[in-house]
Design a protein around this ligand. Structure first.
Ligand code: HEC
Length: 148
């Protein structure tokens, strides 16, 4: 009689952990502070991404990165990316997510909370009248697996 009960307990536990992760992911963005995110963005990100997020920062102008730093105002692309995807690129760096290694990782400098604040700020930059709040399907133009 012991085995089925343990089996049940594991299912309950896994469900609870999953539930907690979902709650955490949801509240991280909900609790994010756009103003604080903007402050950090201006400190660390504008040299490449530019003062207005257009991808035209001073470092870009001098070093001519290829690919260029993402234009964070381009809603047609940005709104296809989920909050978690953006969070991962910022935290773990471009290379870890199949993007350019020029996009640095920030996990040693920024706390998770600060990264969420920045993601919330970046979200406020992307303009797209089609945006419905649900990520659109990936655009093949930007799908890295189709490159080369
Ligand atoms: C040294 C230049 C540089 C700095 C500094 C930099 N980035 Fe980037 N970033 C890039 C480049 C280049 C790309 C484009 C990568 C690609 O398309 O392969 C990029 C891409 C991105 C993307 C797009 C990811 C996606 O899903 O397409 C986000 C979001 C981003 N950066 C956020 C940030 C944030 C936030 C900071 C500051 C904390 C920052 N970047 C600082 C160069 C930089």
């Amino acid at each position: 009689m012991k085995t089925p009960r343990n089996g049940m307990n594991i299912i309950v536990l896994v469900t609870m952990i999953f539930g907690l992760i979902v709650c955490f992911a949801a509240t991280s963005m909900a609790a994010a502070n756009i103003k604080k995110g903007k402050r950090r963005y201006n400190e660390f990100c504008t040299p490449c991404h530019g003062k207005n997020g257009l991808g035209d920062g001073t470092r870009m102008k001098v070093e001519k990165f290829d690919p260029a730093p993402r234009n964070h105002t381009e809603g047609n692309y940005m709104n296809r990316r989920t909050d978690v995807q953006l969070f991962k690129v910022v935290k773990e760096g471009g290379k870890s997510q199949n993007f350019s290694h020029i996009m640095p990782q920030w996990k040693h400098i920024l706390k998770d909370k600060e990264v969420w604040n920045i993601v919330a700020y970046i979200r406020s930059l992307a303009v797209n009248p089609e945006w419905t709040g649900t990520p659109l399907p990936p655009d093949p133009k930007f799908d890295k697996s189709q490159k080369k």
